[in-house]
Design a protein around this ligand. Structure first.
Ligand code: SF4
Length: 456
């Protein structure tokens, strides 16, 4: 059991902060001890109200450092000069937070003294409670967003981008994989911006320095052995560097960082993208897509679009259709613009009538249906890897690298009776429908039978 010493100074408000941290420590299985020598680290909750209290707090930190050596500082003194006041006087402290910061204190404790999961005493699994099936899990890497798209009110509800330190994300991912998760779905509001708010600060992963940045995160996650799928990526030049990793194939033939990108383009007309205030609206998206595909020919691209945005003309809508025909995206979702209360776009002139919005949505989906179908047909005859989601009678319902759960298509394996949920295997595609693929398990007998049928 990891042991934590606690020194609580200051007023009743500070005392309540101490109680909150102690409650969290106890609920997570940390033991609190009253002896510096018996503790694995010490938390000092400080006061910064008057000079006397400041001196007492600095003295307490100094004593904890001398007696134990591993000290996390929290409380009012920690807020002075954003922590620098304490760090200048005691540079050896592990971390400094302000008052009322139980989450930050616990994050520092997790970093410097990871808790040990005990299946006998913990009420919840090491990776927390998950609502997804046990073989895949969403991995949230940040909260909030620094953009201000005119149709969106998420930043006003969730605030600016706050990225989780890479060490924390990787620890969660590791515990998920240990618990049997075979596919990690990386999510955020803007995955490409991961780490910008932390200035890509270096964190420690198993004692190794790793920067909090998407490229490093993708590489580290890919090394865990599960499938890794990136959602909500914007077409910035920085994404180019990740494509070679997607193109790599490991020795057992399995791609770990899936060649799949969920890029919400939303429109193709530069004027509309500007009115939408979209991130990367100035990028040359067709050229970028072509460059990505030249590095990684198997890349699957999913996107979403909004039609009927205020002021969208028929010509601009046609521009969007032309983009789709050239880009040949694999999967596309489309929404008719809906004026969310509080969104800046509602004040733009040129509201498009509902009937026109709906008609444009249907036209877009009809164009895309042909493209998606053609893209699927290109997979007939290929051997692909799939992950099994469900087995019913003789048919196993699976997904390939090109299919995220819930939003993309499926692969129906016709001879899949004895497959297990979460199993990853290679299958041969024999047919394509509008959205899904039909496949056969790849074993010698099946291949022989299949080949005979093709010969005749
Ligand atoms: S739509 Fe724009 S503002 Fe809203 S979360 Fe996405 S990137 Fe951020």
């Amino acid at each position: 059991m990891p042991r934590v010493g606690f020194v609580s100074l200051g007023c009743p408000k500070a005392l309540v902060d101490s109680e909150q941290v102690l409650t969290r420590l106890n609920s997570e299985g940390y033991k609190t001890v009253s002896d510096y020598a018996a503790a694995d680290l010490v938390i000092v909750n400080t006061c910064g109200f008057i000079d006397e209290a400041i001196d007492e707090s600095l003295e307490a930190i100094g004593e904890a450092l001398a007696e134990n050596g591993r000290v996390i500082v929290t409380g009012c003194l920690g807020a002075r000069e954003a922590g620098d006041y304490v760090r200048q006087r005691h540079p050896r402290v592990l971390a400094v937070t302000g008052p009322h910061a139980a989450e930050e204190v616990m994050a520092a404790v997790h970093r410097y003294l990871p808790r040990v999961h005990s299946p006998f005493v913990d009420l919840i699994p090491d990776h927390g409670v998950k609502l997804t099936p046990s073989h895949y899990a969403y991995l949230k890497i940040s909260e909030g967003c620094n953009h201000r798209c005119s149709f969106c009110i998420i930043p006003s509800m969730r605030g600016d981008l706050v990225s989780r330190p890479i060490g924390e994300v990787l620890r969660e991912a590791e515990s998920l994989v240990k618990a049997g998760v075979r596919e990690l779905l990386v999510i955020s509001q803007d995955t490409s911006a991961y780490g910008v708010d932390r200035r890509y600060r270096t964190d420690f992963v198993g004692g190794r320095p790793v920067r909090t940045r998407l490229g490093e995160l993708a590489r580290e996650l890919a090394a865990l052995g599960a499938w890794v799928r990136l959602h909500y990526v914007y077409p910035y030049p920085s994404i180019d560097a990740i494509l070679p990793l997607m193109a790599e194939t490991t020795l057992d033939g399995q791609k770990r960082l899936l060649p799949y990108l969920d890029v919400p383009f939303q429109h193709a007309s530069p004027r509309i993208l500007k009115l939408m205030k979209r991130p990367a609206s100035g990028e040359k998206n067709i050229e970028r897509i072509q460059a990505w595909r030249s590095i990684c020919p198997d890349l699957t691209l999913r996107s979403t679009f909004i039609v009927g945005f205020p002021g969208e003309t028929e010509a601009e809508f046609e521009e969007l259709l032309a983009f789709l025909r050239t880009a040949r995206l694999d999967r596309v979702g489309c929404f008719a613009y809906s004026p969310v209360e509080g969104a800046a776009a509602n004040d733009l002139p040129g509201a498009v009538p509902d009937a026109v919005k709906e008609e444009r949505r249907e036209r877009l989906m009809a164009v895309q249906a042909q493209i998606s179908e053609a893209r699927l047909r290109e997979r007939i005859g290929r051997t692909i890897e799939v992950i099994v989601d469900d087995v019913q009678d003789n048919i196993a319902v699976a997904r390939s690298w090109a299919d995220a759960p819930e939003i993309d298509g499926l692969v129906h394996i016709q001879n899949g009776a004895d497959l297990r949920v979460g199993q990853i295997l290679r299958v041969r595609v024999v047919e394509a429908t509008e959205h899904d693929l039909i496949a056969l398990r790849l074993d010698d007998e099946v291949i022989r039978r299949n080949d005979r049928q093709e010969d005749t």
